[in-house]
Design a protein around this ligand. Structure first.
Ligand code: ROI
Length: 175
């Protein structure tokens, strides 16, 4: 088939948020990152360090460990969401009724290229992205020059959101 008519498969760069505060959160994130390296139709391009963060929402729960990863993928947004939920399940996540309660692993699509997506399963950019220090600072570590689909530079958001006790942990993720 001539190249001009070959079916092109579109690559999208997606940023993923990782969070955990139960069942050895550091190991949860390290295992999740190992699973992301094996994600079908995708390449893991970058991972931030691991950050300790104060719980947003109910305070009577353990501190969180958070990180952000960047993948290049040909999965559609919903296929990517399915794959992330499968990783959450494999790592023993129990979905509870309590909103904003503790969790063994949370994987969110923060950004999917420059797309905005809104349906009953998925909102992208992630609704908490612009206000959460545990998303913005790890994101800035791997994409300091990022501009959101709405046109706002990440650095502008960072200047508006205090660290709130966020600290980079000495634990690392494997190469
Ligand atoms: N708080 C922090 N610090 N980190 C999270 O990943 C996180 N995730 C959540 C809620 C419960 C909103 N709080 C969080 O889903």
């Amino acid at each position: 088939m001539p190249e001009s008519v070959a079916k092109s498969v579109q690559q999208h760069e997606a940023y993923l948020g990782l969070g955990a505060n139960l069942a050895n959160p550091v190991a949860q994130l390290q295992n999740a990152i190992a699973a992301l390296r094996l994600l079908k139709q995708s390449t893991l391009l970058a991972v931030s360090g691991l950050y300790g963060s104060k719980p947003m929402g109910p305070q009577d729960q353990p501190d969180y460990v958070n990180a952000v990863a960047k993948v290049s993928t040909t999965l559609s947004p919903l296929a990517l969401l399915d794959a992330l939920q499968q990783i959450e399940q494999q790592q023993g996540r129990q979905r509870k009724a309590e909103r904003w309660g503790p969790r063994s692993l949370d994987l969110d699509i923060l950004l999917y290229g420059n797309h905005t997506i809104s349906n009953e399963r998925l909102t992208v950019p992630h609704y908490g992205l612009t206000k959460r220090e545990f998303v913005l600072y790890p994101l800035a570590e791997i994409a300091p020059k990022l501009v959101l689909p709405c046109g706002t530079p990440l650095q502008t958001l960072l200047s508006q959101v205090p660290l709130n006790g966020l600290e980079k942990l000495s634990a690392t993720v494997c190469e």
